[in-house]
Design a protein around this ligand. Sequence first.
Ligand code: ADP
Ligand code: 5GP
Length: 217
Amino acid sequence: MIKLDSKGLFIIISGPSGVGKGTICQSLIANNPQIKLSVSATTREKRKGEINGVNYYFLTKEAFEKDIAKGEFLEYAIVHNNEYYGTPKSFVLSELQNGHDIILEIDINGALQIKKQFPNALFIFIMPPTIEELKSRLLKRGTESKEKLVDRFKNAYKEINEIDKYNYVVVNDDLNHAIKKVQAIIDAEKCKVSRIEELDLNTVEEEIHEIIVELKK
Ligand code: ADP
Ligand code: 5GP
């Protein structure tokens, strides 16, 4: 009687560095086997413990620019002053076509490029409870030098300033609450009337008519 859009949901998650995007996304993936995370390419340095092809595809600037020229990215941007970050196109498009939901964890410039191409994608912004808490999470993570932290804070303002480009905002105060909220947003999005691909109203009408006739007997 009713068929919902079988293509996957395209989910874009943004928010300042250190707000908890990665932590939230890992939990969503662990709890939803149909959700796949797109692995971005970047020219930034690999952090201790990061694995090429798992956390990012770590590329040289030359290799990244070659891939740009070949049209390999769905979107790309220069983030934190001087590093390229981009979403490889082929994985995302084939997974969406296969009915998987895809999450991109990207910055505002990338999100705007995706919005142009996929206006129906779901855009979620993750906010820190306070800027002080953001600082303490970044310091505790301990992955950036002081200089890199300054770049991240400059970027945090730029990102928060564009919050009105997103559909939803979730404050990541208590982690479990935030994960539940993002999950609820995704679940609700999947139930949107706009995702109806096929609704056989004639059959609905006929069946209702038959029931009315039967009830009137
Ligand atoms: P992002 O991917 O946005 O840069 P991460 O997911 O790496 O951020 O999180 C940054 C740090 O904050 C990590 O050390 C993570 O464990 C921690 N963190 C994430 N969410 C919370 C939270 N709700 N409360 C406290 N610490 C958190
Ligand atoms: P980090 O260097 O901390 O891993 O990531 C820094 C920021 O880069 C993230 O907060 C995220 O917003 C952004 N980012 C990561 N991957 C991509 C991508 O593929 N495209 C764009 N535009 N931004 C990305």
